[in-house]
Unconditional design. Sequence first.
Length: 321
Amino acid sequence: MRVFTGIQPSGDLHIGNYFGSIKAMVDSQAENEVFAFIANYHAMTTVQDGRRLSELTMQAATDFLALGIDPEKSTFWVQSDVKEVLELYWFLSSFTPMGLLERAHSYKDKVAKGISANHSLFAYPVLMAADILLYDVDVVPVGKDQIQHVEIARDIAIRFNNAYGDILKLPEFRVDENVATVPGIDGQKMSKSYGNTINIFGDEKAQLKTIKKIVTEAVPMEEPKEWRGCNVYNIAKLFLDEDECLALQERYERGGEGHGHFKLYLAEVIWEHFRPYREKRAYYEAHQDEVRDILKAGAAKASEAAREIMEKVRSVTGAAY
Ligand code: ATP
Ligand code: MG
């Protein structure tokens, strides 16, 4: 099966990205053909400093390699290295009703939060459809926030196929229900653009400072505390096995400890969890040319797959004359 995943280089990777998509992608490499890319065109909706974007792109690539994408097994590239994606994007645009995009949650949410919308933010789902449909993808593991975008990709593909025959493969989405939406330190969806993230590769002190800011209920130290619905607990449980979860629940219910203690525990759990990845990251950080070579080789592989589809698309649409 071909599994597809992408990440925007629009800021530091956070544990929402990790549990919502990166982990599933890494785990699925054992049995599937993984296509993973860095969505730098998408990031341009928010990052408009060229130097910053190129830095963030290399950073995301370094992070992904550290977290376990295996370039020998998988295809790993940067979106803008496969130009065909913009070509398909145009073909798909003619099969995308305005209403479909107007109903997109991520667009509506961002506008509602006062982030001013440009055309690329509005058209983001069409480019994402092109990202997926260009590579004959079977499955897209996503966080809950991206389900609708995969549905939009299907919808566009159906309309295209209705006009030209069975050319584009309809992708399925897959959501891990346990981690459907990782909450941020303010309890909203953790999101780079909301500034409420716990980063995967932060500095230890900064990490602790962030975790201390997690919003919790004010309950006196000695009293029992509610772990259900507690942001600290909800984040911690992602890293813990069943016994460890139960033990933490008991600590909440026993009383005598404040949320500060649980936060310290959470900080430690997160720090330990990513320790081996940090070490791998240090290697790639020191070998950025190797990272670039990996990306270029990945783009060559991705381009091959893309060319196959685009040949068909150009032919059926009459663009090839
Ligand atoms: P932005 O704020 O720029 O949209 P983001 O933090 O939401 O950034 P994306 O690059 O949009 O991150 O998403 C990358 C992947 O991570 C997607 O598959 C998305 O579903 C997943 N993801 C992002 N945030 C969360 C979250 N809080 N919980 C679970 N999955 C998430
Ligand atoms: Mg997002």
